[in-house]
Write a protein that binds this ligand. Sequence first.
Ligand SMILES: Cc1cc2nc3c(=O)[nH]c(=O)nc-3n(C[C@H](O)[C@H](O)[C@H](O)COP(=O)(O)OP(=O)(O)OC[C@H]3O[C@@H](n4cnc5c(N)ncnc54)[C@H](O)[C@@H]3O)c2cc1C
Length: 536
Amino acid sequence: MRDPDAYDVLIVGSGAAGLSLALALAARYRVVVLAKSVATESATLYAQGGVSAVMDHADSVESHIADTLAAGAGLCRREAVDFIVRHGRERIEWLIAQGVPFTTRVSKSGTVEFHLTREGGHSHRRVVHAADATGRAIEQTLLERVRGNPNITLLERHMAIDLITAGKLGRIPDRCIGAYVLDLERHCVRTLAARCSVLATGGAGKVYLYTSNPDVATGDGIGMAWRAGCAIANMEFVQFHPTCLYHPQAKTLLLTEALRGEGGHLVLANGERFMSRFDERGELAPRDVVARAIDHEMKRLGLDCVYLDVSHKPRDFLLEHFPTVYEACRQYGIDITRDPIPVVPAAHYLCGGVLTDLCGRTSLPGLYAVGEVACTGLHGANRMASNSLLECLVIADAAAQVIANALPNHDAIEGIPAWDESQVTDADEEVVVAHNWDELRRLMWDYVGIVRTTKRLQRARRRVELLHAEISEFYGNFRVTGDLIELRNLVQVAELIIRAALKRRESRGLHYTLDYPRQDDTNYRRDTVLRAGDFS
Ligand SMILES: Cc1cc2nc3c(=O)[nH]c(=O)nc-3n(C[C@H](O)[C@H](O)[C@H](O)COP(=O)(O)OP(=O)(O)OC[C@H]3O[C@@H](n4cnc5c(N)ncnc54)[C@H](O)[C@@H]3O)c2cc1C
């Protein structure tokens, strides 16, 4: 009889990347999908805008490519941009075939077509969406298909701890052969063997104090890949959204940029507007300029937040155009028709990640990475809006094809040792984890945020190294918990961001440092690739 914990493919993550990959492979193979929370909880669920693809005859693939390259500030991999953009339409059609209810409209000639929106950086309307909750529509539709597929096992509340590699077991050739996984309900560690494994774990926004990301975004895939010896690239490029609600109870409420587009003012507590001091376009300046200006004012004046004020707009207008924002703020006692909304910029998207080719292959045989966890070269130094879901879908499909072709060459894996808990006890002081978690996110926010300096980065590096040592010791001595696993990954991600930022002695795209304020194409028009041997 077959070992119940042995699968053809292990997919860690149930967002757009993981689910679409699972569906593509399940026709021929036995797939297991892990979600460390409930399966829907993912960045995918919260994506509002949509998926970019060339769907309009007035638009062109060349234009989408040119816009993406311009946003990426000289660091996009041309081949990746070309590949992903060219497959956009086909992936949208696949989503429609799965049942995703994208918003349509009736054209002047009476035909039904997809309603397309236009977002920052795009020179055409090319964002396909499902009202203002596109991610929810994608996540729920794909999940329903996954749940109905007998070849896919979905394990919710199962958190991957580490990848298992043949090399670490003293076998050759080295390849990924599965993962140790904590069952968060039963509090036991399971050994999952797989002929191929895929990281689809999403981003790492939780490494910063303020983030638009859900709680699951703790960079686990990057931490696991790094420990397994994979190359990690471009970690210095973190995209910050300028306006998230600042409220003790509101974890991740993003305030759409349309509020500024419709005339909202950014003000200090005394009502003074400040954006014109930074950019002649004022509140309509691009996302990174606005985020930088807010950060500057907060640091200069030691503020907890600034305010986004739309109260001068007619009440009916606000209720008609921003019903979701109105309702969400009202829950926290803020009436946007009367009160300025307290806001902070927040970590939103990680352009860097596990270095892969265009089929999701990492530098470790048998291991693939797809979605926000990966760095394919599409985004370069700055992500263009709505290109990330596109990347998830296109690379998942390409990865499915190479995995399906590769599987017949890989035998089932046997003899993986069980997780060893003989040397550890239950933690005596959980406060250590909670304290380090808070300290890490605060120091990343203060020293490795939107505007950087070498001095702040060096200070952050020293502190993160101390935290890293303490967390490793804790991990070595005590039984694993979900919080500890995530903290261990967060501190690793923090260290990689800091190392990468220190290496880039220029300002480019999302990486801005006061010590090197200009872009230096002579020396730095290249990826920052980190490998385990580069530093201990
Ligand atoms: C608020 C918000 C709005 C956005 N809007 C858009 C938009 O309009 N258009 C766009 O293109 N992009 C948007 N993005 C970005 C986009 O949503 C993400 O980049 C994309 O959804 C990532 O998908 P993913 O499948 O890679 O990861 P996710 O959707 O984040 O899924 C990650 C999965 O990995 C699982 N996981 C993580 N670690 C582990 C572990 N150790 N063990 C087991 N499971 C694990 C999680 O449980 C989860 O299931 C937005 C992001 C946010 C936060």
